[in-house]
Design a binder for this molecule. Structure first.
Ligand code: SF4
Ligand code: SF4
Length: 348
């Protein structure tokens, strides 16, 4: 992997050079403390947010949109819809969100690779951006604090300069869009980079030991804690919508009023919604709210670990800040541990 330095004042020129080749999307502060990814071209009076921590919606919105038409149908048959994302560069992804995309890549590749997801994903080049954790970040516990190989370029903010890591051919292509801006790395730069990583490691205040969680959850399948949490959960689904790894969706068929044609749509859903698992004869697999809450947390720290060797929670903290009932993932697992008679292992 090659490394370079980029002067802070040259970042806008670099992004402008990239914009000549591909549509660049960046994080901006849309309202006080409300960050979103949006096209650079539409952020004319907004600076690129370099110190944001979490966007309202994760990058999944680009590749797995909240609603999309998969195909239209009429008397001539089915007509698959082409995804509408032109070649793009997504700038400013934190390590946890890069890991979130890795989970989505995996999910949409299993069994039947998802055509629309992958055609969008292949159009995107990714530029990562280092961050400093706040009190809701627990990616360090989830093992998603750092990334190797999930980005094309990655920038660490050293103050006057960025330490730039080039991982892929696409990364080199981006570098060459403004090659003159990138300078060699000195030994002092390397030391500053390592000092930043150390400072960041020590900045985490929220820790959730997860190594034994699959076993704890295994023995506490019938824990009353889930019913208690179910009593406070509104089952609004906000936690699923903002989660970078939640992939539940619903299918809708919309007929034209003529009855001659229509379209099949895919729309975000949530396993917390009452109707999500409603079957024939009004049968519900998880009728109680507590069961649905339990299902979501089991999926993150038990089912996914057993199936694929790692949790499907990246520790981004979005669900903690989005929940109107104040339910947070750390306290949920703390309560389950306590119910298990286990020691208080969670430190915050
Ligand atoms: S955001 Fe909170 S209240 Fe809404 S479904 Fe999720 S846990 Fe329940
Ligand atoms: S469960 Fe919460 S903390 Fe974990 S990835 Fe989803 S939104 Fe982030």
């Amino acid at each position: 992997m090659e490394t370079f330095m980029l002067d802070r004042q040259d970042l806008p020129s670099f992004l402008a050079a990239c914009e000549k080749h591909r549509r660049v999307h960046v994080p901006v502060e849309e309202a006080p403390d409300h960050f979103i990814f949006k096209p650079l071209a539409e952020a004319t009076d907004q600076p690129v947010a370099l110190h944001y921590l979490r966007t309202a919606l994760p990058p999944k919105k680009y590749f797995f949109p909240a609603e999309e038409v998969l195909y239209r149908f009429d008397a001539d048959g089915y007509h698959p819809q082409q995804p509408d994302l032109p070649p793009m560069i997504l700038f400013g992804l934190h390590p946890c969100d890069l890991h979130g995309l890795d989970v989505l890549d995996h999910f949409f590749s299993r069994d039947y690779p998802d055509r629309t997801y992958h055609s969008r994903r292949q159009q995107a080049w990714l530029i990562g951006l280092g961050c400093m954790p706040d009190e809701h970040c627990f990616c360090q516990s989830q093992g998603t604090e750092h990334v190797d190989g999930l980005y094309d370029l990655f920038l660490w903010d050293l103050g006057p300069q960025f330490y730039v890591m080039v991982r892929t051919e696409a990364g080199h292509d981006m570098l060459h869009m403004a090659r003159a801006l990138f300078k060699p790395v000195s030994q002092a730069n390397q030391q500053a980079y390592l000092a930043l990583l150390k400072k960041r490691r020590q900045a985490f205040t929220l820790h959730m030991p997860v190594a034994d969680l699959p076993q704890v959850l295994e023995v506490k399948q019938d824990c009353a804690v889930w019913d208690k949490i179910g009593e406070t959960c509104f089952t609004c689904g906000a936690c699923s919508m903002v989660c970078p790894t939640c992939t539940c969706y619903d299918m809708l068929d919309r007929m034209d009023l003529s009855g001659q044609c229509g379209e099949r749509c895919r729309k975000w859903s949530s396993c917390l919604f009452r109707d999500f698992d409603r079957g024939a004869g009004d049968h519900h697999f998880r009728r109680d709210r507590g069961d649905r809450v339990k299902n979501r947390y089991y999926h993150k720290e038990h089912g996914y670990v057993n199936g694929f060797g790692k949790p499907s929670c990246t520790g981004c903290g979005r669900c903690i800040t989005a929940c109107p009932a104040g339910i947070d993932v750390i306290s949920v697992f703390t309560k389950v541990r306590r119910a298990c008679g286990g020691e208080e292992e969670v430190v915050s």
